[in-house]
Design a protein around this ligand. Structure first.
Ligand SMILES: [Zn+2]
Length: 466
């Protein structure tokens, strides 16, 4: 393990076991009072070499965990949990009520995909492992769920003897929270806060982050640490793309993360229709998990923006001509549908899932468009299509070359992550600035750029974890 990934802070030791110099696999071990607490338990995603880390033998550090804290339900923060349980973990997993509810859906879906992929690999002979095995199964998830314990926000709770935690909202997705740890000490307690992923308060469907609570050490994400989101208005961009599709009878494919982004996009399309800026357009949601996640969104009004009550007007959430795909057969039949039409499907970074089938059908037609609405990690198929698709003119899907004639668009301002100014402002929102900041969850250029800004503009010691 690189020394740069181990840090000592008063009576605690921190070891970054993932999301160090990259954006996936979030896992940080906190050792204090002879106990081990794991903050986030994420899957590595993206390039093959990155994903292979999920299969590595369990490092010794992960064999003696006393408690786990999960900041939010995205797979790169919680998706390794069933694997850890499969390998013997049976302690508590603490998170917010929203995260608990979303995790049930997300982990089940993840296990389902793992099982399907292994089965497909065995049938087609793709795998080097004989027989191919899933990373974890639905049964592993069933054993994981009873370990999850939801905590109320902003109340100190004991995690292990000598360490307490308090959760506060970060406005990234439903249930997303920062984890503030209080490590008890005879002289003075020490406060260490993990941001998880931080939102920015400009999403229509989720409340912005709470002020950063006072903390001595802050571990801060830096996904967009070197970028300022364009000030394009998401609604205007979406209107322009939808009008184009309506005029030329094309099909718009929106690869979307099932949780958070899909709900925001559905809501924005409905808003454009209500404001009579577009005429109602058929919108197909082909992601069973998004459907489940939308129900959970509606169940957690504590995270909705104050001026919007989905409980009272939940119908407004869906576009007027909204259709839900319920099974694989219906999904296959979408290929025969003519435009104008919008298809929202997962996965958001084209790492797999039904969206690949829709792209295979729609990419070769120049009347169509693909709209990216979220972060594309380097090495993913989504990153390639967004940055190289038009240049190369071809995208490989399921080992076949598919011509890229559809237009490739993106709306950066729909991101659920704050940009570098948002993150600086979040630090400023604390009533007392932290003594030190460690930057994780970012490519090295992003983490280093944010570290420099924090030192220059806020005069706080900041280090990029690599
Ligand atoms: Zn996230």
């Amino acid at each position: 393990m690189s020394e740069q990934r181990t840090f000592r802070f008063h009576k605690a030791e921190l070891k970054f076991l993932g999301a160090a110099g990259e954006v996936t696999g979030s896992k940080t071990l906190v050792k204090a009072h002879n106990k081990n607490i794991l903050v986030d338990c994420g899957l590595f995603q993206g390039e093959k070499t990155s994903k292979e880390q999920n299969w590595a033998p369990l490092p010794d550090e992960l064999k003696q965990i006393d408690a786990i804290l999960i900041t939010h339900a995205h797979l790169d923060h919680c998706g390794y949990l069933p694997r850890l349980v499969r390998m013997g973990y049976c302690g508590p997993v603490y998170c917010s009520p929203g995260t608990r509810d979303l995790m049930k859906v997300i982990l089940m879906d993840s296990a389902h995909i793992q099982e399907e992929d292994a089965e497909f690999a065995n049938r087609s002979g793709y795998s080097h492992h004989k027989p191919a095995e899933p990373l974890y199964t639905i049964q592993d998830v069933q054993q994981t769920l009873p370990l999850i314990k939801a905590l109320p926000l902003k109340i100190w709770q004991t995690v292990v003897p000598g360490v307490e935690v308090s959760l506060s909202r970060t406005g990234h997705i439903i249930g997303s929270t920062a984890m503030r740890l209080k490590v008890k000490c005879a002289e003075k307690d020490c406060l260490i806060t993990f941001s998880g992923d931080v939102g920015h308060g400009r999403q229509e469907t989720i409340k912005g982050p709470d002020a950063l609570p006072d903390t001595d050490l802050l571990i801060l994400e830096s996904t967009y640490g070197d970028r300022v989101h364009s000030n394009q208005v998401a609604l205007d961009c979406l209107e322009e793309v939808l009008k184009r599709i309506q005029n030329n009878g094309g099909v718009l494919v929106i690869p979307s993360f099932a949780v958070g982004r899909a709900q925001e996009v559905l809501f924005l399309i409905r808003l454009l229709e209500d404001q009579k800026r577009i005429s109602p357009i058929p919108v197909i949601l082909d992601s069973p998990m998004s459907t489940e996640a939308t129900k959970i969104y509606l169940d957690h009004p504590e995270d909705h923006p104050p001026n919007l009550s989905f409980e009272k007007k939940s119908r407004n959430f869906y576009p007027n001509r909204f259709e839900l795909i319920r099974n694989t057969q219906e999904s296959i039949e979408v290929a025969n549908r003519k435009g104008p039409l919008v298809i929202i499907s997962a996965s958001g970074m084209l790492q797999g899932g039904r969206v690949l089938h829709h792209l295979k059908t729609r990419l070769p037609d120049e009347r169509n468009a693909v709209l990216f609405v979220g972060y594309q990690a380097e090495g993913t198929k989504g990153w390639f299509l967004k940055n190289q698709g038009k240049i190369e003119g071809v995208l490989r899907i399921h080992h076949e070359p598919v011509p890229v004639r559809a237009s490739i668009e993106s709306i950066e301002s729909l991101s659920a992550h704050g940009d570098c100014n948002d993150l600086l402002n979040w630090i400023r929102s604390a009533s007392h600035p932290p003594q030190q900041v460690l930057l994780n969850h970012g490519v090295p250029s992003a983490s280093k750029a944010l570290a420099k800004k924090i030192e220059q503009e806020l005069n706080i010691k900041a280090t990029a974890v690599e």
